[in-house]
Write a protein that binds this ligand. Structure first.
Ligand code: ZN
Length: 165
């Protein structure tokens, strides 16, 4: 997804597709988003409401559906009360926490009418991302990613009618 003003509009579209007109009434807060320059693909949640997406992560995201999953996943951490965990990076959360956020984000994808294959495709691509000068992939450093990918794939395969519509 290109940097610049387009992604911000896309984020608004994503929030409205799920929440309708009143985003604050739906989530109980107004999510804010920011792109920052970083060569590592990272997403983090700050103060429960502020989602920071690195420029490298934005490059990995190819569709609105994939961006929707990223945004919904971070919002889910907030809604599920994961804020008490002393972390700002999704990769620092354990598998149980990530699975909870993935499950809620997946339900949001479904109710907003997004492609339910997008989450596992994106997670797979992120896992294959190779760190410069190391030859190490993200999945090698974060083994939980592969588990999340296969769970997301299984959720999607349980919803064949929705993905094909
Ligand atoms: Zn997470």
């Amino acid at each position: 997804m290109p940097e610049g003003p387009a992604w911000r509009q896309t984020c608004k579209t994503i929030l409205h597709k799920l929440a309708g007109d009143d985003i604050v009434a739906y989530f109980g807060f107004l999510p804010s988003l920011e792109i920052y320059q970083n060569s590592l693909p990272e997403v983090s949640l700050h103060s429960n409401t502020h989602i920071r997406i690195s420029s490298a992560m934005l490059k990995q995201i190819t569709t609105e559906d994939e961006l929707a999953f990223i945004v919904f996943h971070e919002i889910s951490h907030s809604l599920l009360g994961h804020n008490s965990y002393e972390t700002s990076s999704k990769d620092n959360f354990g598998l149980d926490i990530e699975r909870e956020a993935d499950q809620m984000a997946f339900r949001f994808m479904k109710s907003a009418g997004y492609n339910l294959s997008a989450p596992h495709h994106l997670i797979k691509r992120l896992g294959e991302y190779e760190f410069e000068n190391t030859g190490l992939t993200v999945a090698e450093l974060h083994p939980t990613l592969l588990k999340r990918q296969s769970l997301l794939q299984s959720y999607a395969s349980e919803e064949p009618r929705l993905t094909s519509s």
